[in-house]
Design a protein around this ligand. Structure first.
Ligand code: NI
Ligand code: MN
Length: 227
């Protein structure tokens, strides 16, 4: 499974012979200015929730690629009205796609689409493919349901956790989340993009994880992670 960080909470995941794009917020992101949205080639777009900083480029990239959008029922319905193909899910549900198994799981946050349409409840994803398990938390607080993930999904090989604080967990709560999900390989997201969410001392954050036997990657835009 090959993962590339495209800034904020946006990642591509190449697995099972397909390319997935998670939460595209690229063209409005000054930190991702070197990425050309029109050159992105994907088969699927996964949206954790409806906020602008997760869906900004979803419509354009979906139409450029004739990609299938995967999210909760409300968000997929909104995109289907724009002529985009989609697969609706809801919390606790798993589906076997041609790239692997995907489960939509709980997040504690909010969700509204850019035009004010109700965006359902926010979520995250557990992706199982090529013998590996990836947890994409989405925007979320630390919550007790995270303890269910190793029970229901088994060993999590890598987790992408928001860590910028203010709108989501900060570093300290993310460290507890890593314990709850029993995962030692953590990648940070949702940091530095705009005010309120800057991780000021990245070395200190990495050290806090290391002290608990966990490896924290705070990725640069364009950085690749393989599991
Ligand atoms: Ni959000
Ligand atoms: Mn967000």
């Amino acid at each position: 499974m090959r993962i590339e960080f495209l800034g904020h909470s946006c990642f591509t995941v190449e697995t099972g012979g397909k390319k997935l794009l998670v939460d595209p917020f690229i063209s409005p992101n000054k930190l991702a200015a070197e990425i050309d949205v029109d050159s992105i080639e994907v088969d699927y777009i996964l949206l954790t929730h409806g906020h602008e900083d997760h869906v900004a480029d979803a419509e354009k990239i979906a139409k450029n690629n004739n990609a299938t959008l995967i999210s909760n029922f409300e968000i997929v319905s909104w995109y289907k009205n724009k002529g985009i193909e989609g697969h609706e899910m809801n919390h606790g549900g798993n589906w076997s796609f041609d790239f692997g198994d995907l489960k939509y799981v709980n997040a504690v946050h909010s969700s509204v689409l850019p035009d004010g349409t109700y965006g359902g409840n926010p979520g995250g994803f557990v992706l199982k493919s090529e013998g590996k398990t990836l947890y994409i938390a989405g925007d979320t607080a630390l919550h007790m349901d995270m303890k269910l993930l190793p029970v229901t999904s088994g060993k999590i090989d890598l987790a992408i956790l928001p860590m910028g604080d203010n709108f989501t967990m900060g570093v300290n709560d993310a460290l507890i989340a890593a314990d709850f999900i029993e995962c030692d390989e953590i990648v940070a997201c949702h940091f530095d993009t705009f005010g309120y969410i800057v991780i000021e001392d990245k070395d200190a954050a990495v050290k806090k994880f290391k002290a608990k036997g966990k490896n924290l990657t705070i990725p640069a835009v364009g950085q690749e992670i393989n599991i």
